[in-house]
Design a protein around this ligand. Sequence first.
Ligand code: BTN
Length: 304
Amino acid sequence: MKILHLLEENKDKTLSGQVIADTLSMTRANVWKEITKLRLEGYEIIATPSKGYQLTNYNQNFSKYTLEANLDGLDIEIYKSLNSTNELAKESNQTQRLIIAQTQTKGRGRMGRSFYSPQDKGLYFSYVIDPKLELDKVPLITIAAACAVHKALPVNTDIKWLNDILINQKKLVGILVEGDIELQTHRFNKIIVGVGINLFKSDVPDELKDIMGSLEEFTNKTIDKHQILIDFIHEFDELVQLIGNNEEDLIKRYRKHCITINQKIRYLGKEYKAIDINQLGQLIVEDEFMQKKIIQSGEIDDQN
Ligand code: BTN
């Protein structure tokens, strides 16, 4: 048993350093070192002189123990604050890694935009995988991530092509998939699936007030961020298996929830009607002369 597990099981109590050391057969110096590490990961642990340690703010913190118990084979890192989980993921080639931050000071969105990530108000994470995919299959990762978020959330949401998850036309989730291409093989060394979910209401900057929503506004149920994250990873892992095996099934699931189809959209200043999503996850649109065009990625605007 690890210290975190012990503290979590006794979260209403203060445990003395000696009790922890005896229970876990470790020295008191090592108990102190482990407690320091946990604090750096973002856990709030109160140390009361001559009494001991107690884990507080349990619901605000992420429980590494709960996540590890439900997500086999992943290296899980939890930080109180990071500039961006995607940025940290980029710094190494390690895969099978899940990086979570309680806040991001430079959360990144698509098109060089920033992603507002206030402390403890959301689920901000990067899942780093190595699915060994050809370049043209990579948009399907975003498709899989959008479907997995849709399934993991306890409310019904809409997917706006390519990777926005909306509720009542407000953006609840942003997804940013990034990767390193290996030039010789034209494959990705690793793919970083960055997901930001707005869970709780926060002091949203004026410019985001009309655009951004939080899960709390749309459900009366208790929000269990661990369960959402665990369900996302399980569902995403399953959906990624469809890439190269049964992409039609993946696209079928995506289409079911994608509100962009049949909508009028604007792309690079021109008006189109969105017709369908193809096998590569691209958007097929038609202009006023019924000329079809394929949009790979990039921003589209709603017309109505
Ligand atoms: C977008 O909507 O433009 C994409 C937003 C993606 C935000 C997530 S939060 C976790 C991960 N780290 C980042 O810096 N960005 C992604």
